[in-house]
Every structure is written in structure tokens, then in C-alpha cells.
Design a protein around this ligand. Structure first.
Ligand SMILES: Cc1ncc(COP(=O)(O)O)c(C=O)c1O
Length: 548
């Protein structure tokens, strides 16, 4: 009969022989141990202690192996072929990948490398992780994405992992797969005496060791080169076993962010553990919005970013042109020209050793441009509710709120209070009990036709705040900037907050008090309209790619 062929692809030292023994325990399965090994030795000229013996005893014409042995007739329903990824050398016809069912067995190179040296000197080529990724990618292109299993899962819970694998291969699981006899087997390749000593001692998948072996630092660079390939495949295992949490805007699942001096996919966009932002929240930031091909108030945001960096005594700061270029390139790459928000961060940079001192910052600043599709985040049609936090807003006595830094714990503690009260945000008072702003926005009130906002001594001098103050004057309304107490907010006719992320957000309830008649007020509506017009007609255009 013509058996259904199952191909297992892995790097060496990945429990692939144990897994072959496991499949060999089934009553419906015959197995082949590395049927393409001789072809690999012939084509690559690779040296092995058993090279000549193998070439004389095993078919070394890869295409013959595929046609007559791998896909040849058999006596069982299934045939399992164990392959080491690097054995898929050029010259083998397409049938190998097009036919049969394929799966990939991965193992962290951190666990492979310490025991690798036993037979051949380890190298990137010998590990074959790049080839494993290439097999994955080719099978995906063929419309046949392979199952991937990780040795760590196999060791942790063999039954569940084998069960999942069988399900993906569309074959019934058999409990016999969990145990086998110790010692050499008839199915072993003739290289077994060199490679299979420890697997011959096994009778099943042993639980993982609690602690790893010490990693040989002589293999550090090899680990560095191989790990991304393992992680790329591991990522697929994770995606299948634990679906990512729902994103507020699903389109942001695929986005490209600027980190340092390169544009990277969302999951690879990371900073070093030595970066100042990790070491001490030592970074400055801006939130910017993109409207209809233009970045609103770009120059004002960059002024504040550079002022904040200067106030914190950053050195080796990128130029304004460099920051603008990074922003434009990131937006263009993502095709984000409208309805997008940019979180722009400039950290003091990577340190040469962990610690507080800026004297350790010898690499220059790290620039991050994180763009996302993001409609305004608050309910600007019906309004939001606020509560007053007990956490006071920083005063210039300790950390000046005019510096727009990433050390946001002051605001986050207030936000926790807001979340606990099921409010949209929390009002923060200054050290004397007057209102400063909310944890994330500036705040305005209307009383008897006058518009009031706290002066900027204890709040961030927001760019939306400044824009709205200009609009208040342009709309011929009276503007007052002064200390405002909480009871004035409780008894206001209208209240709204301002910020780039949420624009103008009407506030309909504060600390359980309904503001005005609990609906969006006429002044708020008028200013929302004026703000919308302004964002439509002004801003710095994003250049087209040939202008850059
Ligand atoms: C604490 C705080 N207040 C106010 C704002 C609003 O500032 P802007 O209008 O410049 O976005 C922000 C935004 O970054 C903020 O973090």
C-alpha cells in the first residue's frame, strides 16, 4: 500500500530520535531514520567518522530516496520520516515538500549547544536553524503551514503535546507513544553509536531539568546568531497555543516601529535591558496625531521634546531633522496618513553597565517612533466621568511637571485610583489642594460664560491646552488662567479635558456630581468644532517618498 508520509524536521540534538521512537511504538506506523543523510554527505562533502561506511550502505541519490524509499510502497498505514533540517540540500525535487504531512520540532539553542560538541564542532550550518525557518516558510508558501512543537513542551507534558501534534497531523493519538524500550533499535541509522548514547538510555520523554547547564561562553556568538531563528518559530507555537489578547484596534497587530536607527515589526521592536528607560524611566516623550496626511503641531511637540531632554541634561541628542525623518519614514512605511497616533520617545540611551549615572550613557540617545491606528480614545460624544485621586501631582519642589518625562508613576498611581472607581480618568490636585490636571489630560471649566483653566505650575503645559486657549480667545470668550479649587469644578456649568490622544473630551460627572445638566455643553461643542476645523486645515504635511 501507499503509506501516508509524515515528515519531522528539526535541528540536531532536539530529541528527534526520541520522538521517532515514540512514533515507532504505534501499530500503524513504520519509521525511517534520516533517509536523506547519505545524500547530504555526498552533496556537501561533510566529514563524519562514519562517512565512508554510510555512503557505501545507504542510498545517496536524494531523488531516488524520495521516490522509492520515502514515498515508496509500504506495509503500514503511515510512514514517519525523521529529517535533520540541513539535510534538505539543493537538488532534491519538489515532491519532498509538496507531498506528505510535515511538522517542525524546535529546541532552544541554549539547550542544544552545551551538549553539541560531543560529535562535531558546532556551527551555524550544522545547527541548521536557518534551514528550519526556510522549510517553515516554504511550506507556508505551499499553503500548508506545518505544525510546530517545542521540545520543552514535549518534556513538560508529553501526552498533551503529542496529542496536539497528532491532532494537527490528523491521526489518532495512541498512548503507546509515551513509552519505549531502552537500548539500540533496528530502526536506528548506522551513526547511532556516535549520537544516540543518551537516547538509548531513555524509555520516554523525561521531565525537563529544573536548572539549565552552564552555557559555554565560547559559543556565545553562535547562540546570538541562532536564537532569532528559534524565536521566530517559537513565536508561531505561542500564537497557536495562546492567542494574543484582543487589541483595541485589531489593525495594529501588524505595525512597524522605529527603535534606535531601524524600523522593526511590532514584536521585534524592543529596547535593550541596559536602556535608561528600563533602568530608571529616564526618557522624554510626546504624543502626536496625524490628520489627513499632516502631523498636527509637529514643531510644538518637537520644541517640548527637546526642551524636556535639555532640562534632563541628555547628551548626544539626535537633531530635529533626524527626529523628523524618523517620524516621516515610519509613517510612510506603515502607510499611516490619517487617524493615527505616534508615541515618540527619546531615552537617555543604552548604558555600558546597569546603574543610575548618566556617565554610563556612552551610546547616545535611543529614539522610538511607535505609530498606531488610533481614533480618539475618550467618548467625546456623550462625555466622560472623573474622580479625584488622593495622589498629588508632582510640584516643582520635586519633579517639575513641565518636563514631559516617561517616569509616569505619579500619574499611573492616580490612574489606578480612577480605574478602581470605574472612572475614565482621575483629577490630580496640587500640593495645596487646587486642581492641576487629570492623570493624562489638562482640564477646563465654564462658569457663567467664562472659561477657566489652572495655570501650568503643577500640570503639563499641554499643546492641546495651548491650542484650545487660543481658540477660546478667537471665539470671543473670556479666558481666565488661575488657581481653581475642586468645588469650582464640582459646580461648573461645563467641564472638558484636553490632550492630543483624546482631543476635547466633555466631562459629565466628577466625584458623583453631575456637571451642568449632565450633557455636552454649548461651549464645549463650539470648541470641539473649532478644534476639528483646525486639525483639518493645519499641520506639517508628511512628505511623499521621493521628497525625503
Ligand atoms: C499628564 C498629562 N497632561 C496633559 C497632557 C496633554 O498634553 P498634549 O495636549 O500636549 O497632548 C498629557 C499628554 O501627554 C499628559 O501626559
Amino acid at each position: 500500500m501507499e503509506p501516508m508520509v509524515i515528515h519531522s524536521w528539526s535541528a540536531p540534538r532536539s530529541l528527534s530520535t526520541g520522538l521517532m521512537y515514540s512514533f515507532a511504538q504505534r501499530d500503524d506506523m513504520e519509521v525511517l531514520d534520516e533517509p536523506l543523510y547519505a545524500n547530504f554527505l555526498r552533496v556537501t562533502g561533510a566529514d563524519r567518522p562514519y562517512r565512508e561506511d554510510l555512503l557505501s550502505k545507504m542510498e545517496s541519490d536524494g531523488n531516488k530516496v524520495v521516490k522509492d524509499i520515502i514515498y515508496g510502497p509500504g506495509s503500514k498505514r503511515y510512514r514517519y520520516c525523521k529529517h535533520i533540517a540541513k539535510q534538505r540540500v539543493p537538488g532534491i525535487g519538489n515532491d519532498l515538500m509538496k507531498k506528505g504531512k510535515h511538522f517542525i520540532l524546535i529546541r532552544n539553542p541554549m539547550d542544544i549547544l552545551p551538549s553539541f560538541e560531543k560529535v562535531v564542532p558546532p556551527s551555524f550550518l550544522e545547527l541548521g536553524l536557518a534551514e528550519l525557518v526556510s522549510i517553515y516558510s516554504e511550506l507556508c508558501e505551499l499553503g500548508n503551514p506545518p505544525a510546530i512543537i517545542d521540545v520543552a513542551d514535549l518534556q513538560q507534558d508529553p501526552e498533551a503535546t503529542l496529542g496536539r501534534l497528532c491532532e494537527e497531523l490528523d491521526i489518532p493519538f495512541q498512548a503507546a507513544m509515551l513509552k519505549w524500550e531502552a537500548g539500540p533499535k533496528a530502526i536506528d541509522g548506522l551513526w547511532a553509536p556516535w549520537w544516540y548514547k543518551s537516547v538509548h538510555k531513555s524509555t520516554g520523554f523525561d521531565p525537563p531539568k529544573k536548572y539549565p547547564l552552564q552555557f559555554p561562553m565560547s559559543l556565545y556568538y553562535l547562540l546570538e546568531q541562532s536564537l532569532p531563528f528559534y524565536n521566530l518559530l517559537k513565536c508561531q507555537v505561542r500564537r497557536r497555543s495562546q492567542p494574543t489578547p484582543e487589541l483595541p484596534v485589531p489593525a495594529n497587530e501588524k505595525l512597524l516601529a522605529w527603535v534606535g536607527d531601524e524600523i522593526l515589526p511590532r514584536d521585534s521592536a524592543k529596547v535593550s535591558v541596559f536602556d535608561s528607560v528600563v533602568q530608571g524611566g529616564d526618557s522624554v516623550w510626546e504624543g502626536l496625531r496625524v490628520y489627513d496626511g499632516k502631523i498636527f503641531k509637529l514643531e510644538e511637540h518637537l520644541d517640548r521634546l527637546f526642551d524636556s531632554a535639555k532640562a534632563l541634561a541628555f547628551s548626544n541628542v539626535p537633531t530635529r531633522e533626524q527626529v523628523k525623518d524618523a517620524i516621516f519614514k515610519t509613517l510612510i512605511t506603515n502607510g499611516m496618513f490619517d487617524n493615527a497616533h505616534i508615541r515618540l520617545s527619546l531615552t537617555r540611551g543604552k548604558k555600558v553597565t546597569s546603574g543610575m549615572s548618566p556617565a554610563f550613557n556612552l551610546y547616545g540617545c535611543t529614539l522610538i517612533v511607535l505609530p498606531e491606528w488610533k481614533p480618539p480614545v475618550y467618548d467625546n460624544t456623550h462625555g466622560i466621568t472623573l474622580v479625584t485621586a488622593t495622589t498629588r501631582r508632582n510640584s516643582p519642589n520635586n519633579l517639575d511637571s513641565k518636563i514631559h518625562h516617561n517616569n509616569l508613576l505619579n500619574n499611573i498611581l492616580a490612574k489606578v485610583e480612577g480605574n478602581n472607581a470605574n472612572a475614565d480618568d482621575a483629577i490630580m490636585l496640587d500640593k495645596d489642594g487646587y486642581v492641576s490636571e487629570t492623570n493624562a489630560t489638562n482640564i477646563f471649566l465654564v462658569k457663567k460664560g467664562r472659561v477657566l483653566t489652572p495655570h501650568a505650575d503643577y500640570c503639563l503645559p499641554g499643546i492641546t491646552r495651548a491650542t484650545v486657549m487660543d481658540l477660546v480667545i478667537k471665539e470671543n470668550l473670556i479666558l481666565e488662567e488661575r488657581r481653581i479649587s475642586l468645588s469650582e469644578f464640582h459646580t461648573a456649568d461645563e467641564v472638558w479635558t484636553t490632550g492630543t490622544m483624546g482631543e476635547l473630551s466633555p466631562v459629565v460627572k466628577i466625584d458623583g456630581r453631575i456637571i451642568g445638566d449632565g450633557k455636552v455643553g454649548p461651549v464645549t461643542r463650539r470648541l470641539q468644532g473649532a478644534y476639528k476645523n483646525l486639525t483639518g486645515e493645519s499641520g506639517v504635511p508628511i512628505p511623499t517618498s521621493n521628497e525625503l
